[in-house]
Design a protein around this ligand. Structure first.
Ligand code: COA
Length: 382
């Protein structure tokens, strides 16, 4: 396989974007990435998208989006793995370039969630219909069960969950692209409205619109597009049981651990070498479970990381420097690519006020549903 680099990135602001359609958002992010690369042609386009069919009534995204980008004729494919769609689009684009099949590929993600009439119901289609949805479960409800199990097993408290939100909003306040670029106090989070106990409004990622895009090429061609490429050293993907009822321990995300192990093995590094990470904090408990499953914190210790500042900018291992899904927003199909955009900026030294000094290795972890699919990438500054 060839070494593959990310050479340019682009993204829209995330938020309730009533003035832009799904295709407008994709074109804005993709065009920014193309302009930043100084490129005017592509060999292929992969677009992560969970459910444009349900949110905006639009299927067959590949040709539609290629056409609106002015690239009709280019192979273009929609990739779906629920909230991991963007991360899997990145992995697919990586494999296409690494294999030698293509030399310049756009990996993008887009979602327009606010146009959907029944967002909670649409999202729930990514959980198990027979054992969960038919019994009234929603994503906040399922993650609340995960939080309860983690509390029971590891002594995690509501305050531990709240510190994750406080920390991520502190980071998001430095990000112009964030949906909620404002700091929150611990009291604001602890006093916010209950959604599904123990999860409150400010433990939840919001409903978001947005798009993100990166451009990949072989490392030995990267100098055509940038003098600061970022190499994709490892990619790992895994699946696990869809239904929480089928899992031995719902406080442990085994697909995340498997995907992380595969990415680390491919990259030839371990968790201790990671300098900055973006993980899938769709609910604050998810960040705690993910840092544990990835080995970024010892099992049962993830709950302390935000409170002690270990995972804040300036700490041992900054996590979700972008603000994470919590503060930056979570347009589900775009999230995995937005994580890559943040790491591209961190590792190319262009993250501005959020910059982690001298970051060499970055890890991005994206997951679908309650973690039935997960994909991890390890990136390196060159
Ligand atoms: N963080 C910070 N502020 C938020 C917020 C969030 N997650 N969600 C909403 N707000 C703010 C809104 O801006 C609004 O403020 P305003 O009154 O000043 O305008 C207020 O809180 C109420 O927002 P609203 O949109 O009416 O909330 P809601 O009750 O419709 O939805 C949730 C709140 C948590 C239920 C919804 O955001 C949700 O379902 N999130 C989870 C999405 C999800 O499951 N994603 C997939 C994960 S796998």
């Amino acid at each position: 396989m060839r070494d593959v680099a990310i050479v340019a990135a682009g993204m829209t602001r995330f938020g309730e974007l009533w003035g832009a359609s799904l295709r407008d958002l994709f074109v804005e992010a993709a065009r920014e990435a193309l302009i930043n690369a100084g490129a005017d042609q592509l060999d292929a386009i992969y677009v992560g998208n969970m459910s444009a069919g349900q949110f905006v009534g639009q299927e067959h995204l590949g040709p539609l989006l290629a056409d609106h980008l002015g690239m009709a004729g280019v192979p273009a494919i929609r990739i779906e793995s629920a909230c991991a769609s963007g991360g899997v689009a990145l992995r697919t684009a990586f494999l296409e370039v690494a294999s030698g099949a293509s030399d310049i590929v756009l990996a993008a993600g887009v979602e327009k969630m606010n146009d959907g009439a029944d967002v909670t119901e649409i999202l729930a289609t990514a959980s198990d219909q027979e054992t969960e949805v038919y019994n009234g479960a929603t994503f906040p409800g399922l993650y609340a069960m995960i939080a309860r199990a983690h509390m029971e097993k590891h002594g995690t408290t509501e305050e531990d969950l709240a510190w994750v939100s406080v920390k991520n909003h502190r980071h998001g306040a430095l990000n112009d692209h964030a949906q909620f670029p404002r700091e929150l106090t611990l009291d604001q989070v602890m006093g916010s409205a209950p959604v599904s106990e123990p999860l409150r409004l400010l433990h939840c990622s919001p409903v978001s619109d947005g798009a993100a895009a990166v451009i990949l090429c072989p490392l030995d061609q990267a100098s055509r597009y940038t003098d600061r490429p970022v190499v994709i050293r490892g990619t790992g993907m895994a699946t696990g049981s869809m239904a929480l009822a089928d899992r031995a321990d719902i406080s442990f995300l085994d697909a995340v651990a498997l995907a992380g192990g595969r990415a680390f093995e491919m990259a030839g590094i371990g968790p201790a070498e990671v300098d900055v990470a973006e993980v899938h904090d769709c609910f604050s408990i998810a960040e705690i479970c993910c840092v544990e499953a990835l080995g970024l914190a010892p099992m049962g210790e993830g709950r302390h990381c935000a409170r002690t500042g270990e995972t804040a900018i300036g700490g041992r291992l900054p996590v979700n420097t972008s603000g994470g899904l919590k503060s930056k927003g979570h347009p589900v199909g775009a999230t995995g690519i937005a994580q890559a955009v943040e790491l591209f900026e961190q590792l190319s030294g262009t993250a501005g006020a959020r910059q982690v000094p001298d970051a060499e290795f970055g890890l991005a972890q994206n997951m679908g549903g309650t973690g039935a699919s997960s994909v991890v990438h390890i990136l390196q500054a060159v």
